[in-house]
Design a protein. Structure first.
Lengths: 493, 190
């Protein structure tokens, strides 16, 4: 007589065997989770791919749950969002998880791409792995963009307007593309519905399909071995070398190389949960009401750099850069594994690769910072809300004081800073009397130029005189006011 | 028990048909080819029957001509001469579930008498809502700092042109504009 435990174990085994006979579970498991990887690939640097996938899974779950309440209708979306945020039990937390999950997903995906680039993993024979990864990058950014539209608040509304304005710049078929994007002639009900369809059906479906391809490539062509300086990739010999590595130090991914991925997964989930708890969900800001024009729309974090580029680019190249720039970047990235498919993998022997990575991250970081602070945007209520400092008016003549009033009421400070307060669109005026003489100031005010509007039409001659008189007094203590060198020289002669 | 009898019949016809197809007469092969071609042909027709309406549905906006209509901004007395004021209208092309998005603002500048300029709210740079500043007589954009003079001409910043304008007329004392579509650079004549 067998003991009861043994009986249960036998029964369990026979049930498993029955299922395995039909579904080949064991075989599928061995060829996927159990596939052999170089031991060196079990590195902390190799966790970003699985972490991105984990984020995707979290987004699918939290997104589906949000869809239980959300209504994609221009009339009602905002109300359901407020309900989700303030009334639905734990609705705020699910919204926060979905929002922070998306931020983490894009961020970790960028780290993954950087790591793959620096470790030379895109080289022969993993070209399709790289290219499918690029498609995943586009799809993920697409999900992030369409996701901020789902919030259907004022940022979403004007964000759609920005999208339409960019699309409208396409030559010949611009109008057709705008209509296709909006699903009508204005931003309205059909616009939200089609972005909803993209966000919950088209893009997630596509991303799952491409993830399948991406993972399939990991199985067929293997995970990149940890590059060693001096080990050069040659198309003729690489496959044999990789097979030799697997033979010598290959271990099954599960359970021998997955440990760090699992630890990283816990940290990623912990990070998302922590951010969701501490910072909560984003918005919604004011409702998507076009009549509410006191709106300063800003995109979500990962698109701030594009917002900055749109502000800083010279106007002449803007349309070209907005439309053709992404295509050029795309071509370079797709061509990379074919143009640079062999040779050294280790970043220690690829200084150019390191420089490119540093340049790209520093540029994107600076642009994101600029996008977040947007110094080019006028301070719309600067003229009515900013105080005038004592030292800005003390000891001034009546004419100069009248000029100070003009400076305030003619909204100069919306774009110009005085004593640390005001816009950064134009130069700081705190010390302007040190740089420009009265005639130069008058010319600049009346005629404008160098990105300043001309105020000749909007100011009376008396106002100009007072304004100029005031600005010539804006000189720091102990510094002489600006002098016209040509005039003083002529006077001496 | 179940799997055993299943395997045998499955294996047998396989081997059989394999053998048969090797020994097929040219005549029989032609019939197979015909059936295959017929199958593809029928499915091409079926695919078109499904696919063409799908494309027609998806791209309906490309087929439909742009629909614009005259809408009223209210009596012209609402707009004193020499001022620029915000007006609003309900978009003539709309759905009942558009909600707030159906109401659209615009800037009306009454120069004098029946001389008007009606500007779109959307900045010509990237479509953000421009605001009018009466004191400095400028329109300013909060996004990238585009600035326009009171007549809509570009004053400074990244916009490639002046503000978009609506066609207007005065009818029975009401100011009417021709509206219905989001103004973008794709419409050069507005």
């Amino acid at each position: 007589m067998k003991p009861a435990a043994q009986k249960i174990a036998d029964l369990g085994l026979s049930v498993f065997n029955w299922v395995d006979d039909r579904l080949h579970v064991r075989k599928v498991w061995e060829s996927t989770a159990g596939h052999h990887v170089p031991q060196s690939a079990g590195s902390w640097f190799y966790v970003f791919g699985s972490a991105t996938l984990l984020c995707l899974m979290m987004q699918l779950v939290t997104g589906t749950l949000l869809a239980l309440v959300y209504v994609p209708s221009a009339d009602e979306a905002y109300a359901t969002l407020e309900y989700l945020t303030y009334q639905q039990q734990l609705g705020w937390f699910l919204r926060a998880l979905h929002y922070w999950g998306s931020d983490f997903m894009v961020g970790i995906m960028c780290l993954h791409m950087t790591q793959v680039f620096l470790w030379g993993a895109y080289k022969y024979p993993r070209e399709i792995t790289w290219i499918s990864g690029l498609v995943l990058l586009v799809l993920t950014l697409g999900l992030a963009f369409t996701g901020q539209v789902m919030r259907f608040d004022e940022d979403a509304y004007w964000g759609l307007g920005i999208g339409a304005a960019i699309v409208g710049r396409v030559p010949f078929v611009g109008q057709q593309l705008v209509d296709f994007m909006l699903g009508g002639q204005i931003i309205g009900s059909e616009t939200l519905s089609r972005f909803f369809a993209l966000h919950v059906f088209v893009l997630p479906g596509s991303i799952l399909a491409v993830v399948a391809l991406h993972l399939r490539m990991v199985l067929t062509k293997g995970i990149n071995e940890y590059p060693v300086p001096g080990m050069v990739v040659r198309r003729e010999t690489y496959d044999k070398e990789y097979a030799a590595i697997l033979k010598k130090e290959g271990v099954p991914f599960f359970p021998k190389a997955i440990d760090k991925d699992i630890i990283a997964a816990a940290f990623v989930i912990g990070g998302i949960v922590a951010c969701a708890c501490i910072f909560g969900p984003k918005g919604p800001s004011g409702p998507a009401d076009p009549l509410h024009i006191d709106s300063s729309p800003r995109p979500d974090f990962w698109f701030l750099w594009i917002f900055a580029v749109a502000a800083l680019m010279p106007e002449e190249i803007e349309t070209f850069a907005l439309l053709v720039g992404p295509v050029i970047i795309g071509i370079i990235l797709v061509a990379l594994p074919f143009v640079n498919g062999t040779g050294e993998k280790s970043w220690r022997r690829r200084p150019m690769a390191v420089i490119v990575v540093i340049l790209v991250w520093v540029s994107l970081g600076m642009l994101t910072y600029l996008g977040a602070t947007s110094p080019w945007s006028p301070v719309m209520d600067g003229w009515s809300s900013l105080p005038v400092g004592k030292e800005q008016i003390a000891g001034r003549s009546p004419l100069e004081l009248q000029g100070a009033v003009t400076l305030q009421f003619k909204q100069c400070r919306n774009c110009h800073m005085v004593d640390g307060l005001g816009g950064e669109r134009g130069p700081d005026l705190t010390d302007v009397g040190m740089r420009l003489t009265a005639p130069q100031l008058a010319r600049q005010v009346v005629q404008g130029g160098g990105n300043m509007p001309a105020y000749g039409q909007n100011l009376s001659p008396a106002e100009v005189e007072a304004l100029v008189a005031y600005m010539t007094t804006l000189v720091p203590e102990g510094v002489p006011p600006a002098q016209d060198f040509t005039l003083t020289k002529a006077a001496k002669q | 028990m179940n799997s055993e009898p299943e395997k045998d019949p499955a294996a047998a016809p396989c081997a059989c048909s394999g053998g048969e197809s090797n020994a097929e007469s040219p005549k029989k092969k032609t019939r197979r080819e015909f059936m295959l071609a017929l199958g593809f042909g029928l499915n091409a027709v079926a695919g078109a029957a499904v696919g063409i309406p799908i494309l027609g549905y998806l791209f309906s906006s490309l087929v439909k001509p742009h629909q614009l209509d005259w809408v009223s901004l209210g009596p012209i007395d609402k707009f004193p001469e020499g001022t620029t004021r915000l007006a609003e209208f309900v978009n003539p092309v709309r759905r009942s579930w558009d909600g707030k998005t159906a109401s659209i603002p615009c800037w009306v500048r009454r120069i004098q008498g029946e001389q008007f300029q009606v500007f779109a709210i959307n900045c010509a740079h990237l479509g953000c809502p421009v605001r009018w500043f009466q004191e400095s007589k400028l329109f300013l954009c909060p996004c990238h700092g585009g600035a326009y003079y009171e007549d809509g001409e570009r004053a400074a910043g990244p916009p490639p042109r002046g503000l978009f304008t609506y066609q207007f007329k005065v009818k029975n004392g009401d100011l009417m504009i021709l509206a219905g579509s989001l103004p973008t650079l794709a419409q050069p004549n507005i």
